[in-house]
Design a protein around this ligand. Sequence first.
Ligand code: FE
Length: 255
Amino acid sequence: MIDIHSHILPGVDDGAQTVADAIAMAREAVKEGIATIIATPHYKNGKYDNEKQSIMAAVTRFNETIKQHKIPLTVLPGQEIRIHGDLQESFEKGEVLPIAGDSQYLLIEFPFDHVPRYADRLLFDLQLKGLVPVIAHPERNAEIIENPDRLYELVKKGVLTQLTAASVSGHFGKNIKKFSLQLIEANLAHFIASDAHNTTSRPFRLREAYDVIDHEFGINAVYFFQENAELLLNGQAVYREEPERIKRKKFLGLF
Ligand code: FE
């Protein structure tokens, strides 16, 4: 299995704090059935500024460490990019790191409470450069929860999305789980990833998430997400179904 979003690199953000933490996470990942994991440290989120070069170096070091410990896991570089007005400039400066290092896919995070007004234009401009934005955990964004059409409009224009496994498995609450399943049903989700930060409060839960998806939608839905992660890793075009609007009788009242 491939995990495209994790905070496994030691000492670079709010994920693994020490090398020992990171090794524990690597062992846990292998137990989950993960063979390849993308390390996606935070970039420009207001607290952490992990730029491309430093992440590349840290990934090389960490791969040597897990090899020494004989852990059968491959770590690839990536970055969780907080959306910001100067993102295109950051990209030109070479600070931005696509998923797996050299793919066309960028893992982009919105602030938790809203979707910036400039997001549509910025994401469109990135697509004109041949890049494909992948929105991290839209199911946890307050504005999208309140108005899922906001996400529908972005997906309609070619943006992809990644749900967090713990959202699907219900660890962020019943409502987030319900919303995650609605997003899957409406073809508004393209990847499932752990966004794991540690082995305690924010572990992988990928298997659990796929069990829920299998139960709710059948095994083909599981394959859809797993194959998409593979296609992404190979820099190929991923599967997309025609997005639909989420129909709701009434706002869920999540907050
Ligand atoms: Fe993350």
